[in-house]
Design a protein around this ligand. Sequence first.
Ligand code: NAP
Length: 243
Amino acid sequence: MRRLLPDPGPTTVERQLDTYRPWEHPHPDRPLVAMNFASTVDGRATIDGVSGPIGSDADTAMLVGLRRRFDAVMIGAGTMRAERYGRLAGKDETREQRRQLDLAPEPLMVIVSGRLDLPWDAPLFTAGGGEVLVFTATETEPPETASPLQVVRHEGAVNLVEAMRHLRRERGINALLCEGGPHLHDQLQADGLVDDLFLTTAPKLSGGNAPRIIEGPLPGVVELELSWLVEEDGELFARYRCR
Ligand SMILES: NC(=O)c1ccc[n+]([C@@H]2O[C@H](COP(=O)([O-])OP(=O)(O)OC[C@H]3O[C@@H](n4cnc5c(N)ncnc54)[C@H](OP(=O)(O)O)[C@@H]3O)[C@@H](O)[C@H]2O)c1
């Protein structure tokens, strides 16, 4: 793996992320928020309906390395339905690495769901470890889950500004990694809630009508500043700052 920008030279996922300490930079009313996405060169965020076939092992390593450095990981219900997440930090090694950074052993998993139409048989809910917080807009009760589950209800739709304030003030979340999907990303950008965008561009073309990394009526253009660019086997790993 080599860094192309800002100072060219050899690097690794660990070395690249070593000085990235998002938990030290929360906002007064919300966590620092970073988005992570993988895309094909033609801008597609899924292949056959999921993101897995887009990136390489290096992309997975970057994602795992990032997760290790955040207090919470957030996704939308559409991503949970498609990707069926499991527990985020079940391995002792991961938990120990987080402890060494003075972070809680396991990130809080946060899901934004209008209808609570979630795959309740997915490992995230059945594993029995790792806390899950769901922001929802329905009065429907969730089923019993083996993993600890908290539901926070909003009227009409989840107000993401309020949700972020809740995470910061009530849960002490200083840094949140949002892993999509494209509709949730659109709203977070529209509300000005995103600080960093990590984007993997895989050297692939997939065509078709698959979504892009942002789907929805963004009210204006968001200007991005390239903070770093890393390459391995033709795959590009960019970190952008959202202005
Ligand atoms: N390439 C990548 O890096 C990547 C990353 C993530 C996801 N993906 C792909 O993206 C696809 C899913 O995308 P998506 O855009 O449909 O999913 P999404 O953004 O994860 O989820 C959309 C859903 O989230 C809920 N939601 C979002 N904002 C809400 C609000 N303010 N209030 C209430 N509910 C809200 C709604 O849930 P309800 O339906 O419950 O109302 C909505 O239908 C999947 O195929 C996944 O594989 C790719």
